[in-house]
Design a protein around this ligand. Structure first.
Ligand code: ADP
Ligand code: MG
Length: 246
């Protein structure tokens, strides 16, 4: 039975899309059949982070509306075996989606994949709620600055209000010198947000290069951030991976 995991953060730009692409790639590399879904209808960009811009013809609305079966709608990654992608519709019609039809799609996904990661839209409105309608877990992505922390604290409370109890925090773009500058530690971030830590991801200028070359981060074998994501993916699978303190 597969697990449906939503990657969210109230604020835009904290690294949700980067995280979905990287964690999905890592789970696939670890041997798990993994599907990632772009849920950011209208502003979709997960295909770019995956290096799969040619695979946005079919989208999850084709499945939810019954036009296509799940397997026909999903595209396999040309670079990473076990990794599959399902795009968002290009026009924003999320308010019209029947949650029951969406739950049926997730039930189908659980039968066919080990993991499904959802790139939730920013904000806490209907797209965010729909993305969480049948989730087993919510990963909240924040950076270490105060506006992002306040935002993700509110997001955690909104996720709990939706009845989801399995929440984990991913602190992205970690730069130890910045933590020193604002006299904060990762433990302070965890205390403020009140969610168990899944991992820390270093600030990495190579992410920009990877994105523009359309190459998944995990292919850059020597990057610290690629290992940070791999450690986080292992923790998702239940492995006890010690935290790398920066
Ligand atoms: P979101 O989906 O939350 O809006 P993105 O994943 O699109 O955020 O990331 C926003 C920008 O930040 C992108 O340009 C991305 O390359 C960059 N970024 C994300 N994580 C990191 C990181 N760890 N190091 C450096 N740049 C990052
Ligand atoms: Mg995004």
């Amino acid at each position: 039975m597969g697990k449906v995991i939503v990657v969210a953060s109230g604020k835009g730009g904290t690294g949700k899309t980067t995280t979905v692409a990287a964690l999905s790639s890592c789970l696939a590399v670890l041997g798990h059949k993994t599907l990632c879904i772009d849920f950011d209808a209208g502003l979709r960009n997960l295909d770019i982070a995956l290096g799969m811009t040619d695979f946005t013809v079919m989208d999850y609305m084709d499945v939810v509306s019954g036009r296509l079966d799940l397997i026909s709608a999903c595209s396999g990654s040309p670079r990473i075996p076990n990794l599959f992608f399902l795009s968002a519709p290009s026009d924003c019609i999320q308010d019209e989606i029947d949650p029951e039809a969406l739950k049926q799609m997730f039930s189908d996904i659980r039968d066919n994949f080990d993991y499904c990661l959802i790139d939730a839209p920013p904000g806490l409105d209907s797209g965010f709620k729909l993305a969480h309608c049948d989730a087993d877990m919510s990963i909240l992505v924040t950076t270490g600055d105060f506006p992002a922390m306040r935002d993700v604290t509110r997001t955690a409370s909104a996720v709990r209000d939706l009845g989801i109890t399995n929440l984990r925090l991913l602190v992205n773009r970690v730069q130890p010198k910045n933590f020193k500058l604002i006299k904060t530690t990762v433990d302070d971030v965890i205390d403020i947000v009140g969610v168990r830590l899944l991992g820390l991801i270093m600030e990495d200028k190579y992410l920009f290069r990877a994105l523009h070359r359309g190459i998944p981060l995990i292919m850059y074998k020597k990057r610290r951030s690629a290992y940070d994501f791999l450690d986080a993916a292992r923790r998702i699978t239940g492995e006890d991976v010690p935290l790398h303190r920066y």
